[in-house]
Structures are given as structure tokens and as C-alpha cells.
Design a protein around this ligand. Structure first.
Ligand code: SF4
Length: 199
């Protein structure tokens, strides 16, 4: 048996749920945050529990903490007073680059096609059409949230667009979403102007 201390920092959690799917005996997802089962709240957002685990359960807990993308889970070997999961972000071999891009000179059209994006204010929807040649729409996706729409287009419909085109779609969808939410004018490819309300 191993004696482990688990610390969970709720404020860091982004709710992707991997801890709960790997170690459901110890973590569960409630709403958009994980919960460390049977833990006590020791600080504003910090929860702890001490456990006596067999080797399999200990390995599973370590695996769940390692899967956390935001280092919200710490596992400590209580007998050796040793961290079992590295929660420090390493920056020693980092490549640092300042972004540089000139759209007027470097833009290259995606040979697979282009998007036409508009807002249906009456039904509070974003409508995305994809043309595979000039004026020929082959796919139309309607939705309310950018994530629903781009997941549908890229992962479900598997539109074979370039990576930068997918990033462009995400940017335009977020603009359309904000324009719909705050009643602003939406013009595809233009910056969102916070002063231009729709009358
Ligand atoms: S893996 Fe980390 S971020 Fe994901 S739900 Fe668990 S604690 Fe939250």
C-alpha cells in the first residue's frame, strides 16, 4: 500500500474531464469543474485528501494527474515527502518567436474553396456556407456557438481545408458570435467595430 496526498486546485481546472475519465473513483466532473471526491477544502480553491492506495490505484491517480493540461492536480508520496507528478512548466529549451505576417503580400487562397459567413439575427444563428468553386455552395452549417460549428465542419464533415483556413474560420466565427451577442455589425474579413451597432 502507498500513502498518497492529493491536492486539487479548482481555480486552475478547465474542465476537460480527463482526470475523471482515467480515475473515476477519485475525480468526477460537476459542471465545468472537476471534484476531488471525499476531499476537504483547505484554502479558497484548494482541496486535499490523503489516501492509502494499492499500486494500481496509485498508478491510475498519477496517470490522471499527468493528463491534466493545466497542472491542477498534485500527487505527493507522503512517506517520502516527494512529488510524484511534475507540475513545473519547463522553459529551458524554448524557441521564442515574434509573430510576423503581411496579409496583403503573403495571403494564399485555399485551393479547396472558401467560406461565406453571415448572421441570421431573427433566429440568433450563425450561418456558414462553403463553396468549392466560385458561387457553388456545397455545405451549409447553421449553429449558435463557434465550437459547435467548427467541430461540425472540421471533424464531422471533414472539410479538407488548410490549417490556416481552419484558424481563419475560428476567428470569423468568434467575431460573428460577438456581433450577434452584442448586436454589432458583422462584415466578414473586417475588424469588429464595437461602435457599429445594428439599428
Ligand atoms: S484533468 Fe485537470 S483540467 Fe481536466 S477536469 Fe481534471 S482537473 Fe480539470
Amino acid at each position: 500500500m502507498r500513502k498518497l496526498g492529493i491536492e486539487y486546485y479548482e481555480n486552475k481546472c478547465i474542465g476537460n474531464g480527463s482526470c475523471a475519465s482515467i480515475a473515476p473513483d477519485y475525480f468526477e466532473l460537476s459542471g465545468k469543474k472537476a471534484t476531488l471526491k471525499n476531499s476537504k477544502n483547505v484554502d479558497k480553491d484548494a482541496y486535499t485528501v490523503e489516501l492509502n492506495c494499492d499500486e494500481d490505484a496509485a498508478e491510475n491517480l498519477i496517470k490522471s494527474a499527468n493528463s491534466c493540461p493545466v497542472n491542477a492536480i498534485r500527487i505527493i508520496d507522503m512517506e517520502k515527502n516527494e512529488d510524484l507528478v511534475d507540475v513545473k512548466v519547463k522553459e529551458d529549451k524554448i524557441k521564442e518567436v515574434t509573430s510576423k505576417y503581411d496579409d496583403a503580400k503573403e495571403f494564399v487562397i485555399d485551393a479547396k474553396g472558401y467560406f461565406l459567413i453571415k448572421i441570421d439575427r431573427e433566429n440568433k444563428n450563425i450561418v456558414v456556407a462553403f463553396c468549392n468553386e466560385k458561387n457553388k455552395i456545397v455545405l451549409k452549417v447553421t449553429g449558435k456557438k463557434p465550437i459547435d460549428i467548427y467541430q461540425t465542419i472540421i471533424n464531422k464533415e471533414k472539410l479538407p481545408i488548410r490549417k490556416d483556413h481552419a484558424a481563419y474560420l475560428g476567428r470569423e466565427l468568434q467575431k460573428a458570435y460577438l456581433a450577434l451577442k452584442y448586436n454589432l455589425q458583422y462584415v466578414q474579413d473586417d475588424e469588429l467595430d464595437l461602435n457599429k451597432k445594428v439599428s
